[in-house]
Ligand binder design. Sequence first.
Ligand SMILES: [Zn+2]
Length: 663
Amino acid sequence: MYSDPAILQQLFGFSAFREGQKEAVESLLGGHSTLAIFPTGSGKSLCYQYVATQLPHLTLVVSPLLALMKDQLAFLRSKGIDAASIDSTLTPEQNKHVMNDVRSGRCKILMVSVERFKNERFRQFIESIQVSMLVIDEAHCISEWGHNFRPDYLKLPAYQKELDIPLVLLLTATATKKVKEDMASRFNIAPAHIIQTGFYRPNLNLHVRPVLEANKNQALFEEIHKQQGAGIVYVTLQNSAEDVARRLQQQGFTASAYHAGLDSDVRQKIQQEFMDNKVQVVVATIAFGMGIDKSDIRFVIHYDLPKSIENYSQEIGRGGRDGKVANCTVLANLDGLLTIENFVYGDTPDKSAIERVITDIQSQAPIEVKSSEHNSPQFYEKNNIYQWETQINSLSSASNIRQLPLKTLLVQLELANVIRPLYAYFAEYKFRFITGKEDILRLFSEERSRFLDAVFTHSTMKKVWGVVNFDSIYEQYGAERSRVVAALEYLNEHNHIELASRLITDVYQVNYPQLCAENLADRMAHYFADNEHKEVERIAALVGFFELNSCLSYNLSAYFDDTKAPKECGHCSVCLGKVAKLGYSTPIPLPDTAQVTEAVTALQSHLNGKFEGPLTLSVYCRFLTGMTMPLFTRFKVKQVKGFACCEHCRYADVKAVVSSIID
Ligand SMILES: [Zn+2]
């Protein structure tokens, strides 16, 4: 008996474990890595929090959202449990403090983002600590089958092995069967240690209301008039959030827009007003609801189609937490679908672009590594490794791959053992004097004063800001970069200078023979093509779901592999006799061949002699459908006649027309 209600009461003030919690705690304290799938708001976090207090060493929690971390830290501290995070908001002093507490064993729970592992200093630190358990929050991010795949999560199983952490807990609210199996297999979790509570929520009424774009606002007003109490309206774009909120206000509702473009204090204020029932309706993009704990949300309306079935389920899951009825309505048509689909295509890099990244990594190899290609394996073992430095911005622009897919590519190269991250640093430091230069120098004894003088003298002053020249300081004075940075930080802290740093530079170790493997670019291109396919399928599944002719509640539960839900809930729109058929408000046009030919020619002549890479099929398609890529920003392609002339067409149709022209 590992789960003790008396301890639960004493530490957390709860009298009993909720459904699933007890099983998860027993499994973990019995020494088994565990996967727990509980709906949002059902106390997932308590599983690790309780277990952490019973384990001998540190519990390391990986969480994707700073806001979620801060909420959990506040909760733990309110219970007197020592927990901390290492994140970007900490000062170097606070950081040191946390590390000391972890080292001494005072701090039992440490929360970090997955990106923290890229930092070599953090890896060294955590390697020197004994860790009892690794907890991965929102663990579905690890699966490429999941809706929120985060490439960096793929490295977590390797970290667990490297750090020799005996126990893993994966937490998620939404996982399909495939995602569940994928997560479990990556951490060798046996089926007996997968704990899943029922997915079906009898108090949520799921409705799909097909409506054409022109009638949407009217339909929205009607829907809200039927409701009592507070609710959320989900939209896709920040603009629509503002627009819909304004229209609701004009209709006499108290409504506020909420999206990531608002200042955090404004968002805070809206959340609070919503909690206090001063605002009835929040019109929100996906950003809303993460940290909110309002149990009496009576309705959730999707003004636009949700991004995926997973998103839909999380968003409606915020309704009716108090167990009373909540109405969840989707105002559905297919108009927004094209944009979602085109975005997917926009994120798939061309093979030629992937090759450019590989060439960039090769170009930094020292001559002796390059010329060693035909040498013996023994030579490789000693000499095949060198460092590659890159800035994501400039690499993105040089390779013409958008930043997010570029990061994915780098992770894939890492998983293929081609590169390995070492550390990151700021390439540029600049400062301006607050205290006069001579006054600063007078504050220090001889050697230090001479050193600082060298730092100042070897900086290039532009008006008020000076840019530090590390190379020149090293050559002339022999001072290492780290000493210079430490001195500048000190002066900044004591308000003698203002210090600014920019151009974050990532440093990787390169395995040259792997990098030169013949099919590397092909393998990477294949990976992206595969992903594109999965995404397009996911969108099709979403539309298919809303057009189902059998119970929506049952199918939603089944999608998440819970087969215990009733076959007919009796209260969704299908059970009530309304099967939805979604349509486009206007038919999708086919691309005009003459117009496309003209646009293609215009783009060719615009880029002629400027862009050094090949103009591939997808460059043309993205140009015609109005999607952006680094190349377009660099060469002001948006001004070229014909940009976005096919934005209302299907990507596949555009592709067919372009292929027939350029071949
Ligand atoms: Zn039903």
